[in-house]
Design a binder for this molecule. Structure first.
Ligand SMILES: [Zn+2]
Length: 244
């Protein structure tokens, strides 16, 4: 993938928002393709290995209304900044920052109290959420693995754009490695734990066969509800901690 030289604009004005345009060349692309990515918040355009800029501009023009309708449904960014409300466990929580508050974040019902330097508020809040996500998902994964009599070598959290969880090395003697999106801590607990059940079921079945789904349901009967919740609200979780 090569980044295109700036013959196309970097930013588009769509539906009253400034939306980045990300153009990439793909060796396998035969024609120009357009995508409104509600997770990254960008208009993505893929071009063949050479040329295509004129076709891309024409496509952007002819699809303006379609793009505007898509962008209008995108979530709004919620920055990690004082006074903003972020979801934790699916419930709204006010970021209650004041210089005089204790530096360590404390979740007090519907507000997250923290002090320390204002400049480092964002990174500190993200670290705190990641740690909370890891602790919760590690415990949930371990519970399911114990039920199944399987070993998990490592549970980690990251920030993947397209997956909520992944399970690698299911048949390694030392146990599998399971990774989650830290953003699951923003979702209701039943959603997070259903994802943990899904990944734990992969400790037994490294596929999405009927046997896998039966085991997944046995571990957590709300697997389908969780998928539905994420299909509806998942993109918005990616806009938490994003500046305007
Ligand atoms: Zn899976």
């Amino acid at each position: 993938m090569l980044r295109l030289r700036p013959t196309l604009p970097d930013v588009l004005e769509i539906a009253g928002r400034r939306v980045p345009l990300v153009a990439t060349r793909r060796t396998t692309a035969r024609m120009v393709r357009l995508k409104a990515n509600s997770v990254s918040g960008a208009i993505e355009i893929s071009l063949p290995p050479r040329g295509g800029e004129a076709a891309a501009l024409a496509l952007l023009k002819s699809h303006h209304d379609w793009l505007a309708a898509k962008v209008a449904t995108w979530p709004r960014p919620i920055p990690f900044a004082p006074g903003f409300i972020i979801p934790i466990d699916g419930a709204p929580v006010l970021i209650d920052w004041q210089a005089g508050h204790p530096r360590t974040p404390a979740l007090l019902a519907d507000r997250l109290r923290l002090g320390g330097p204002a400049e480092s508020l964002g990174p500190r809040l993200e670290r705190w959420l990641k740690a909370r996500a890891k602790a919760d998902l590690e415990a949930a994964t371990q519970r399911f693995a114990d039920q199944l009599g399987r070993t998990v070598a490592r549970v980690s959290v990251g920030d993947p754009a397209t997956r909520w969880g992944s399970c690698a090395g299911w048949n390694r003697p030392e146990g599998a490695r399971i990774a989650y999106s830290w953003r699951l801590i923003l979702a209701p607990a039943f959603v997070r734990h259903a994802i943990a059940a899904h990944e734990a079921a992969h400790l037994v079945h490294p596929n999405h066969s009927p046997a896998f789904h039966a085991l997944n349901r046995a571990l957590d009967p709300r697997a389908q509800d969780a998928r539905r919740w994420l299909a509806r609200h998942g993109a918005a979780l990616h806009w938490v901690g994003r500046p305007f």
